[in-house]
Design a protein around this ligand. Structure first.
Ligand code: ATP
Length: 262
């Protein structure tokens, strides 16, 4: 894959106007962290192979080389740092729209940041932050998408790819370009208010958990309730079986359907 083949397909004004495609890397987020000092806001890092991809809580992201998308966007947002974790939700929305536009597949978000197609996880997103001074920081939004991979290891029982669901190959360059176009648009809406006021309704329309029963897995605390969707700061509003309503912050929390992954 060549960075020029992505850039020639996209219409962004500033996002990913500078970027690099690597043959093999430990992880695109780690690489982004290493070049953060010199790199400009909006730099795109793409890799053909990733040997040490990470999910949340240090779990690993497994991906075959040359068939999938592994990418990181390096951003230097001028928004309060407490708000930056919401950028993960923007990327989830951008991936959903990108997949839908390009393939017609009914991609959905499993809160906060997994993308599922036919209840199979096709994408994971990991946002990390490096503080530089008290109010300036870099954000790395790492996104792994299973695009043309056909087989997964036995442990990944919930995994699928766009190709397993669509039955044909998908252009990775085209997919990345669409996602970046949408991300730039969403980013501009987000930075106006520094929250999801202008976006949470669209998020909830494509969020697979809305109206469904969920099991909330917090470290040392597990409960069941009905998810009502996210609020303006990206928390999942859940009504517990006791009737009490709680706002679940993504941090260390996972959500499962009662009978499966979603
Ligand atoms: P959850 O909310 O379901 O706990 P998560 O968003 O916390 O998920 P991450 O930790 O970001 O998930 O991603 C790592 C997890 O994703 C791994 O534990 C593994 O189960 C799963 N996984 C790893 N590689 C892939 C892949 N290529 N496709 C789908 N799932 C994968």
């Amino acid at each position: 894959m060549r960075i020029e083949d992505i850039q020639s397909r996209m219409n962004t004004r500033w996002l990913a106007r500078s970027g690099i495609c690597l043959e093999c890397v430990d992880s695109t987020n780690l690489y982004a962290g290493r070049i953060a000092e010199q790199a400009e806001h909006g730099t795109l890092i793409v890799a053909e192979e990733q040997t040490c991809g990470k999910g949340r809580r240090g779990r690993s992201w497994e991906t075959e080389k040359r068939v999938n998308v592994m990418m990181t966007l390096l951003l230097r947002p001028e928004i309060r740092k407490e708000r930056a974790s919401q950028l993960t939700l923007l990327m989830a929305m951008a991936v959903v729209r990108g997949i839908r536009d390009l393939t017609g597949l009914a991609a959905k978000i499993k809160w906060p940041n997994d993308i599922v197609v036919n209840e199979k996880k096709v994408c994971g997103i990991l946002t990390e932050m490096i503080m530089k001074t008290d109010d300036s920081y870099d954000v790395m939004i790492g996104t792994g998408i299973n695009v043309n991979q056909m087989e997964f290891s036995e442990e990944l029982i919930h995994a699928g790819s766009l190709k397993t669901e669509l039955g044909k190959d998908i252009s990775r360059e085209e997919l990345i370009a669409r996602i970046l176009d949408v991300f730039e648009e969403l980013y501009e809406v987000f930075t106006e208010t520094e929250d999801l006021s202008g976006l949470y309704e669209e998020y909830n329309e494509v969020c697979v958990n809305v109206g469904c029963q969920v099991r909330v897995l917090e470290p040392g605390n597990e409960y069941v309730g009905t998810a009502h969707g996210i609020n303006k700061i990206g928390e999942l509003v859940v009504q517990k079986e006791t009737g009490e309503t709680v706002c679940v912050y993504a941090g260390e929390v996972s959500v499962r359907g009662l009978y499966g992954y979603v």
